[in-house]
Design a protein around this ligand. Sequence first.
Ligand code: TA6
Length: 313
Amino acid sequence: MIHTLTLNPAIDRILYLNHFEKNVTNRIRETLDTIGGKGTHVSINLKLLGQDNTAFGICHGQNGLRVINMLKEYGIHVQFQHYTDSSRETRTNYLLIEDTTDCTIAAESGVRLEEAELSDLLEMMGQVICPGDYLIFSGDASNSPDPSIYNRILHTFKDRDLRIFLDTSGKSLKECIQEAPYMIKPNLDELSTLAGYAVPNNDDSIIKAIRSLDPYGVEVIAVSLGGDGSIVKTADGFYRVHPPKVDVHNTIGCGDCFLAGFVYGTANGYGTEDILRIATAVSAATAESNISVGYNLSRALELKSMVTIEKIK
Ligand code: TA6
């Protein structure tokens, strides 16, 4: 079984405007609320591929209820701890999407979690997770009182031989990589943080930085380069992946969708190139959508044949 974990879910409030300019009044043309938080997005994108999965998480108040209901609408097994006991509300993230397709996110810090809430979550996860399952840690965890929360979860379920996919940033990424997750998906900034220097944006420098992470024993490192595709280290070597040219409406959520495609291909026994092909195609199809989660599946399948993959090392 595949499970995602979202410790800091959100409502994504999408603000469409012609152009965003600092220090002036910007007029919003249209707004739209959808579900936010990287783990919830991975769950939905997996489900759109036909892959059953469980979404674990913690949420609060009315926004939390909306998050749960949106996940249920997709037919996902929802295992969220929902608290209504105080004035705490699951966060709202503001996504500014301009006509130029430039995107900016202003993310709230989210509800500060309590130790008891984390304990409840761990207990619930313990009842659901089985040996050999896939667990996807996705998104911000800076709202946790325990900065090593992902590590703690891994220690708790050490005997269950889980396959861990990690897509986070900051301290959680630096801490959790120590536990040798199966896959990480850093962008260039996150790779620079891990490598300890500013990695220049060219293939050779990126490969060198990925190699510097060898001591951590992470099998797959997929460095996302936005519209320029990705460079991916796998057990078979390094690959340069070029996405198809698409009519981009918004790039928010493409990384979550890449991860969902990668997990889907891996769970369904695809070879490396086919995994990269499906991950890149669903991600490109997401860029064609004007919201932050979801894509047209038949379009994604059509785009698969337009992904170019080179084995580079
Ligand atoms: O990748 C897009 C997204 O999942 C949006 O839903 C947005 O709310 C944001 O990322 C949340 O990211 P964070 O790192 O704060 O968990």
